[in-house]
Write a protein that binds this ligand. Structure first.
Ligand SMILES: Cc1ncc(COP(=O)(O)O)c(C=O)c1O
Length: 352
């Protein structure tokens, strides 16, 4: 990766160099869409896609249980974020509830494939088709995950990826990608990321400086070639955690894959009693965990202030916010380390 970056810096333009277009081409091929447009972050991927779809003053329905950027992108695009509670089964938005949250102003549905687990795309696509809504997939945590054999990011009108350094693949810094079969949409995002240019000195929309740097694209090209193997390693770590922790009182395992869904375990998230105490115990034993997410988006101070949300609006998301704990998972994690983490959890809850 370092060689690829250094080669790109020595031989290519620093911005919109050859590696950028090569990375886009290979990423599109990998996801299975006709087009991929690289951008400066996952947030930019979402915001520029939503601007291209023109959500101005219209509602975009998403999940309260995600990183705040999912909803922020709607606001940045001039839209109004609205929320639908998640399902207890997969922590993703639930088509049955989505139907009840649609209004005459809803323009798009924005599901997140949370923790690398694909949302119920059949159910959501049925709604989008029958109501004439756009589908924007937030695949920031799910590079390579499949739903009925299709890669996420290739099912809706547009897919949005993040390459932030904790993701299943990165670009050695911030970056993002928009995937789509829609040529007009791809052109529109490509223009928006490049200052709204139609040609060197002519601009016909208000654009942004939101390109992916060439060096980062060169880095991403190398990472993309490792992605499948890294995802496989994540799946085997998840399987080992699940095998050891099955039946341990006080915790519930995350949703698993099935014949339709092949997740990529961006995170391995258990639902547990006394979450903060367990996190403290693990930290004392040298195991760093994460919490995704301790505050659901609608209860973030800025959303309470701007949209007047109050506790109790989305009870499942709110309850998950106080009971989910993300255990360590990354391709270089060793089996012995997974076993050590499990032993500490079993000690804490007093055995299976
Ligand atoms: C679900 C989700 N959506 C959007 C983003 C935003 O991506 P970025 O940090 O690259 O802007 C992230 C991650 O950071 C994310 O996890």
């Amino acid at each position: 990766m370092v060689d690829a970056v250094s080669n790109a810096l020595r031989n290519e333009r620093m911005v919109l160099g050859e590696s950028v277009f090569k990375f886009e081409e290979e990423f599109a091929r990998y996801i299975g869409t006709k087009h991929a447009v690289s951008v400066s972050s996952g947030t930019a991927a979402l915001a520029l896609s939503l601007i291209a779809l023109d959500v101005t003053d219209l509602e975009v329905l998403t999940t309260p249980l995600s990183f705040i950027a999912t909803a922020n992108a709607v606001v940045q695009a001039g839209g109004v974020p609205t929320f639908s509670d998640v399902s207890e089964m997969d922590y993703n938005i639930d088509p049955a509830k989505v139907r009840k949250r649609l209004t005459a102003k809803t323009k798009a549905i924005l599901p997140v494939h949370l923790f690398g687990h694909p949302a119920d795309m059949d159910g959501l696509m049925d709604i989008a088709k029958s109501k004439g809504l756009k589908m924007v997939e937030d695949a920031a945590q799910a590079h390579g995950a499949t739903y009925r054999k299709a890669k996420v990011g290739s099912i809706g009108d547009v897919g949005c990826f993040s390459f932030y350094s904790t993701k299943n693949m990165t670009v050695g810094g911030d970056g993002g990608m928009v995937t789509t079969d829609d040529e007009e949409l791809a052109k529109s995002v490509a223009k928006l990321r490049n200052c709204g240019r139609t040609s060197r000195y002519v601009h016909d929309v208000i654009g942004f400086t939101a390109r992916l740097n060439t060096a980062n694209a060169a880095f991403g090209l190398v990472q993309l070639r490792h992605l499948e193997a890294w995802n496989e390693r994540r799946r085997s770590i998840a399987a080992l955690y699940s095998k050891i922790l099955k039946g341990v009182g006080g915790i519930a395992l995350p949703p698993q894959g099935n014949k339709d869904v092949n997740p990529v375990f961006h995170l391995f998230v258990i639902k547990c009693e006394r979450r903060d105490e367990l996190a403290k115990h693990l930290s004392d034993m040298g195991v760093e965990c994460g919490v995704h997410y301790p505050v659901p988006i609608h209860l973030q101070p800025v959303y309470r202030e701007m949209y007047k949300f109050a506790p109790g609006s989305f009870p499942i998301s709110e309850s998950l916010s106080s009971s989910l704990l993300s255990l360590p998972i990354f391709p270089a994690l060793r089996d012995a380390e997974v076993k050590y983490v499990c032993e500490q959890i079993i000690d804490f809850f007093g055995g299976p």
